[in-house]
Design a protein. Structure first.
Length: 570
């Protein structure tokens, strides 16, 4: 949904992202998925814009890579570190390979074949393999069709070399001092100072200054406080990223040694396996991705030594322990429990047409439901109090209700579910959602983060949506998915839920997990994951707005959004 009354936002996205599934079960020994969002290259592409090589590892079976129409071809993923690989999954489009092999390498030069076939069947294939390396390649030698080779997904599973976890050491850079060639602190990028890259806050960033024009080179340095052995660097880029840059180390902040360099930086999240020693670590950018400067949400350094400060700890999710609920069992006409809910009042946002009242439109029905009623007022203005911001009188054609738990209940991680029967019809926009509690501590939207568990727009009678919003993806660019219920959304109650943890969110309708947002995928393809802090609950029944448009002659009123219960497990 959208933030409070003084924020403006466009429509939610319709990004249909489907999880990769195969008909057969993975081998019992299979490790974690280690290829998703990692750097990937290929021998060719049929059309780089329509069928990019990155589509093969983006976790979305609605996008694909396609090669040119010749033999041989290959697709190669850089896992970023050495892994024991125990399974590969290939999900072919109709243009599949009859002959192919899976190869593994430590250096992308010498290859060992761990699987080969001359009788490939296409479709979704699960290939048990055994091998150790950093690079995994699909070597394609015989086409099954006149076309090229085309893959919806290429997935590699395994465990860090040795099976006991990555040998990255700890996070050394948290809250360490940082300096930069320049920084920006103006209306376009307020407080975009060097310290933002080490604060472990993915919604704050550093950017080079525009005062004298964005120029090359641009750099940012972290002082680890003491000499460290560095094994991994993580860069979470803003869209103003470096296509060419070096990671350098120094003992004195003067003489630098390059331990990593590239001329093919791809932006988003880049996890770099490195080997170097020094007190100072620098990102030295030499070529920009666009007309702007350089900008990083996070610059994390891992290893041993240094003078590290432990980052904040996060709770462990528990999706089974009921921690908070409202069953709405009040008497007919009773208002929502004021110890749990605050009624927001005033005009809507996003060009909505309703006025939110102080529970005039939110009452119990005596049958175990809360009803948030959207009404067309017979006498416009008769149900509208003065505008609390201006103090003046307000007239309105529509009224409705919006409730939140801010200051009364918030939480980090857990299972949130509500049994709701939505309103529907042209111009209706009911929603059940969450907003970051730091919104009320000065963190503006969308940096606060937003988790939409349910949105429905009446002009799409069968569809409901779940969507995430953050600084790098919001409004019409939010990251989410629709679900077609197969019948009108207002025909029955449905249970809408999210299971929210530190590595992913799984969205459900009536127990059907129809959309999963993985942290790794979001960071590698969209931008920062800004959901590791407390959020509060919101539910409202909006009328009009940018997404649904206004009601028309077909829209009947009043329109009831009915909530049977809201429960939080954590």
């Amino acid at each position: 949904m959208r933030s409070r009354r003084f924020l403006s936002l466009g429509v939610a996205a319709t990004l249909a992202v489907t999880l990769f599934q195969v008909s057969s079960s993975p081998a019992a020994a299979a490790g974690a998925l280690i290829s998703q969002g990692k750097p990937v290259t290929a021998s060719s592409t049929e059309n780089a814009a329509a069928f990019p090589v990155t589509a093969a590892v983006d976790g979305n079976t609605g996008t694909r890579w396609s090669s040119q129409f010749s033999d041989p071809q290959w697709l190669q993923v850089d896992l970023g570190a050495t892994y024991d690989v125990d399974e590969v999954r290939v999900n072919w489009e109709a243009a599949y390979a009859r002959g192919f092999s899976v190869q593994i390498s430590a250096n992308a030069s010498s290859w060992s074949t761990v699987y080969t076939t001359a009788t490939g069947t296409g479709g979704a294939q699960v290939l048990p393999v055994t091998g150790t390396g950093r690079y995994v390649r699909l070597n394609l030698t015989a086409r099954a069709t006149q076309w090229g080779y085309s893959l919806w997904e290429f997935q590699v599973f395994g465990t860090p070399d040795g099976g006991s976890g990555p040998v990255d050491g700890g996070l050394l850079s948290y809250n360490k001092p940082a300096t930069a060639s320049t920084f920006q602190d103006d209306g376009a990028c307020s407080g975009c100072v060097p310290a933002r890259v080490t604060d472990f806050d993915p919604a704050t960033r550093w950017a080079t200054s525009s005062t004298n024009g964005w120029v090359d080179p641009g750099w940012i340095t972290i002082d680890l406080g003491a000499t460290a052995t560095i094994s991994k660097v993580v860069l979470q880029w803003d869209p103003a990223y470096a296509t060419a840059y070096q990671i350098q180390v120094s003992s004195n902040n003067t003489s630098w040694t390059t331990i990593y360099q590239t001329n093919a930086g791809r932006g988003f999240k880049e996890t770099l396996t490195v080997n170097g020693s020094g007190r100072y670590v620098r990102m030295y950018g030499t070529a920009r991705s666009n007309g702007y400067g350089y900008s990083l949400w996070e610059f994390q350094v891992y290893g041993t030594g240094g003078n590290p400060t432990p980052p904040p700890s996060l709770p462990t999710p528990d999706f089974t322990r009921l921690a908070w609920s409202d069953e709405f069992n009040g008497a007919n006409g009773a208002t929502p429990d004021p110890a749990k809910w605050t009624a927001e009042t005033g005009p809507g946002v996003n060009n909505e047409l309703q006025y939110y009242t102080n529970n005039n439109n939110a009452r119990m029905d005596g049958a175990g439901n809360l009803v948030i009623q959207a009404r067309r007022e017979v006498t416009p203005g008769s149900s509208c109090p003065p505008d609390p911001l201006s103090g003046g009188s307000t007239t309105c054609q529509y009224t409705s209700g919006r409730l939140n738990t801010a200051g009364k209940f918030d939480f980090t991680y857990g299972r949130v579910e509500a049994r709701i029967r939505v309103s529907s019809g042209q111009g209706l926009w009911p929603a059940f959602w969450m907003l970051g509690s730091n919104f009320f501590q000065g963190r503006p939207w969308p940096a606060s983060g937003e988790i939409d568990i349910l949105e429905h727009v009446g002009k799409e009678p069968n569809n409901v949506y779940s969507t995430l919003h953050a600084p790098a993806y919001f409004g019409a660019g939010g990251y989410g998915s629709p679900l077609n219920l197969g019948q009108a959304a207002n025909a029955a109650f449905h249970v809408f839920a999210v299971e929210w943890g530190p590595t992913q969110m799984r969205f459900f309708v009536d127990g059907n997990n129809f959309f999963t947002a993985s942290k790794d995928t979001v960071e590698s393809t969209r931008g920062p994951w800004v959901y590791d802090h407390p959020f509060f609950l919101i539910m409202n029944n909006a009328v009009g707005g940018d997404w649904p448009g206004p009601p028309n002659a077909s829209t009947s009123f009043p329109q009831n959004m009915m909530i049977d219960y809201v429960r939080v497990y954590r």
